[in-house]
Design a protein around this ligand. Structure first.
Ligand code: HEM
Length: 252
């Protein structure tokens, strides 16, 4: 096998650390989740997943794309639910510039090299199943959300427990490893995954000024000064349990 799963993990390790070290995520991990930038992020992600899931469905008979379609993962209706909660009858925010670049890229690879959609699926879904679970807990506390509202995006109804999510991630990695692709394609998928991470960094970067305005420059500078050790710098087996907030020493 080409071991795509492990090679993606290793090949995007630095990108992951960089994503965790965006100012937006550093504030988030420290419990600063402002409602307006958060709902704008969801509005942008709605467009991103809409593009991703529509394009994957369009290519469902492609041997590489089709093998990576998992109904349990689909996020569009969960995001729609969250947008209805945060925006009510208001129109959700239009995509930010970086969000539009992200959406355009998904359509571009779908047209020119559909096998690269796998890189976009990996980058988002594996993240949602991993660190996304910690982010969900932080968002709920920070915004004092009412029960069952506002974090559908981070909830996988078909994968309700850490055990179920862990088992699913193993299945997802097996599917990656079984993809019928050559070495050159493996390399292009890793490159595209690194680009997908960058698109995610650019997206939250577009929201940074709003967070800064909300909490004040001084607090913002304090919260974003420190560099966080990356969650995927450790081996998956070494992680005591999925989704533990990074930067906090693990107790065993
Ligand atoms: C995996 C945390 C942001 C994509 C993980 C894991 C953790 C984690 C704990 C599990 C590692 C393992 O299974 O061994 C976090 C935290 C984040 C964050 C706390 C926010 C600050 C992101 C972002 C993305 C992302 C922004 C991309 C959009 C991924 C991916 C994996 C992953 C693709 C799977 C790595 C693998 O192949 O095993 N993350 N993450 N993460 N995360 Fe994140």
């Amino acid at each position: 096998s080409h071991h795509l799963a492990e090679r993606l993990r290793e090949g995007t390790r630095q990108s992951h650390t960089a994503a965790e070290n965006t100012a937006f995520m550093k504030c988030f991990l420290k419990g600063i989740v402002e409602r307006d930038p958060f709902r704008k992020l969801l509005a942008n992600l709605f467009e991103v997943y809409q593009a991703l899931e529509t394009e994957m469905q369009r290519h469902k008979d492609h041997p590489v794309v089709g093998a990576m379609i998992f109904p349990d993962l689909l996020r569009v209706s969960a995001l729609a639910q969250d947008l209805a909660y945060y925006y009510g009858s208001d129109e959700p925010a239009r995509p930010l510039p970086a969000g539009q670049v992200y959406v355009d890229r998904i359509h571009e690879v779908a047209d020119k090299a559909p096998e690269l959609l796998v890189a976009h699926a990996y980058t988002r879904y594996m993240g949602d199943l991993s660190g996304g679970q910690a982010l969900r807990a932080i968002a709920r506390t920070a915004m004092n959300l009412p029960a069952d509202q506002g974090t559908a995006f981070h909830e996988f109804t078909q994968l309700p427990t850490p055990e179920a999510r862990r088992a699913f991630k193993a299945q997802y990695r097996n599917a990656l490893d079984a993809l019928p692709i050559d070495e050159e394609t493996v390399q292009r998928i890793i490159d595209e995954a690194n680009y997908a991470f960058q698109l995610n960094r650019d997206l939250v970067h577009d929201l940074e000024d709003e967070v800064k305005a909300a909490i004040g420059e001084h607090v913002f500078d304090l919260l974003t000064r420190q560099t966080i050790p990356g969650a995927t710098e450790r081996s998956p087996q070494a992680l005591p349990h999925e989704g533990h907030p990074v930067g906090i020493p693990e107790h065993s």
